[in-house]
Design a protein around this ligand. Structure first.
Ligand code: UD1
Length: 417
């Protein structure tokens, strides 16, 4: 395993271009299972989670080829199985997204319960409830989710929590067939809009993506297309927060400004300057950040994936910040590691109270999940002295070329083999 050292208190400056969205890529690779023929995807980030999703679709007969550094061809014409093995599902929670398209295309799928639940238990009840409301049989037996049936009837599904994965799975399941499916209480995330727009460009009939009511009218088949993945708003937000926390001056380009509104608003409230031009943001900060109240909630709220990173930034803010996590039950594991760097944080239930300290001091810390690793990287960049991040390779799951990108804005990261 490589050893990763961060030398902190360097002022971040320069510009960085964000990669394509990891989460949209994963959903769109799943959507490619619905079409016979070669789909070409541009702006796909080369991160481990995307590679895991590609291995999953390859395990059932899909062919893929990296045509260029971020251009991917996928051909799902000749799939040969609807059973997904535990060895693959345990590495990626999003493997659950194979259910919707496989059942939609073949009327059946058996998939081992997904793993990689570093954020605590991640139930899939909403996915199963949705299938059942569509008249499809869905059950869990011996660690496998078994789903059988076709979408041939009209159905209305109400999600009592706007789960991103359940919304995507139910759209993916409803695209082929005869019935009309209406999903109420749907998640509104931009990645869902991106996936729906990919499906629509292939001939699917979907309206309302990006609102809480999505309507899908089944069509007999789709035709393959070339499609470009949206920019990664989590990567963009990570760099924005790092710049603000380091009294930096960083231009983050290749973004969709409206996707970043929750981050932009909070950074401005904390005293950073955020200038928006079309497709880029410039984040400048010349003084200590002010404390914030941040609630991580479903889109368009502040993203849960950026909650660890803004918490790291607020460890040296003036006064006391309050962070509440409303999406996951267990997304504060990184806090014990921030305390090793001198952060003062109390956790009660799903709320963290952060009392700003004058400075963090470098130490050895261990990452537990991708965004937690990003929080430790942000904190290491803020801290006086050297920080060693154990398990820093978790960043490779979601951040393309992160060492090069952080170095290009004057962050000092050294990897020792
Ligand atoms: C997706 C993102 C992830 C992000 C999350 C929330 C991908 C690949 N991952 O994950 O980065 O953090 O959205 O924005 O796109 N839940 C249930 N029952 C269900 C489904 C979900 O209780 O059937 C709960 C989960 O345990 C979790 C919350 O709902 O606490 C959010 O889950 P969900 O929105 O489904 O997230 P994912 O799609 O897994």
């Amino acid at each position: 395993m490589k050893r990763v050292y961060v030398n902190g208190e360097q002022i971040l400056k320069g510009s960085v271009k964000v990669s394509g969205s990891k989460n949209a890529s994963i959903a769109i690779i799943a959507a490619s299972l619905l079409v016979k023929g070669e789909v070409v995807l541009d702006n796909v980030p080369r991160v481990n989670d995307v590679q895991e999703m590609l291995e999953l679709v390859r395990s059932i007969g899909a062919k893929y080829d990296w045509i260029d550094i971020n251009q991917l061809a996928i051909d799902c014409s000749e799939l040969n199985s609807t059973t997904i093995d535990y060895k693959l599902t345990q590495r990626l929670h999003a493997s659950i997204l194979l259910l919707g398209p496989l059942v939609g295309r073949f009327g059946e799928c058996a998939i081992s319960l997904p793993g990689n639940d570093n954020l605590g238990p991640r139930p899939i009840d909403l996915h199963l409830k949705g299938f059942k409301l569509k008249g499809i049989h869905a059950d869990i037996s011996n660690g496998q989710i078994i789903v059988n049936g076709r979408t041939n009837q009209d159905s209305a599904i109400y999600l009592d929590f706007p789960s991103v994965g359940a919304t995507e799975n139910l759209i993916l399941n409803s695209v082929l067939g005869n019935g009309v499916t209406v999903i109420q209480g749907a998640a509104k995330d931009p990645e869902i809009v991106n996936m729906a727009s990919f499906l629509t460009s292939m001939g699917a009939k979907i309206s309302g993506a990006g609102t809480d009511t999505i309507k899908i009218k089944g069509v007999p088949q789709l035709k393959p297309v070339r499609y470009s993945i949206m920019p990664d708003r989590m990567e963009a937000g990570t760099f924005m927060i790092m710049a603000a926390a380091n009294r930096g001056d960083v231009i983050i380009s290749g973004v969709v400004n409206k996707h970043l509104k929750p981050v932009t608003a909070k950074l401005r409230e904390a005293g950073a300057e955020v200038d928006e031009v079309d497709g880029a943001v410039q984040v400048k900060s010349t003084q200590r950040l002010q404390s914030l109240i941040v609630k991580a909630t479903p889109y368009p709220g502040f993203p849960t994936d950026l909650q660890p990173i803004i918490s790291a930034a607020l460890t040296t803010a003036a006064n006391t910040s309050i962070i509440s996590e409303k999406v996951y039950k267990n997304r504060f594991q990184y806090i014990g590691e921030l305390r090793r760097l001198g952060a003062k944080i109390k956790v009660e239930g799903n709320t963290a109270v952060i009392t700003g300290v004058d400075r963090l001091l470098g130490s050895t810390v261990t990452a537990n999940d991708t965004r937690g690793a990003a929080a430790l990287l942000a904190a290491g960049l803020m801290a006086f002295g050297k920080t060693e991040i154990i398990n820093a390779e978790l960043l490779d799951n979601g951040y393309e070329n992160w060492v090069e990108k952080v170095s290009s804005i004057n962050g000092s990261v050294n990897i020792v083999n």
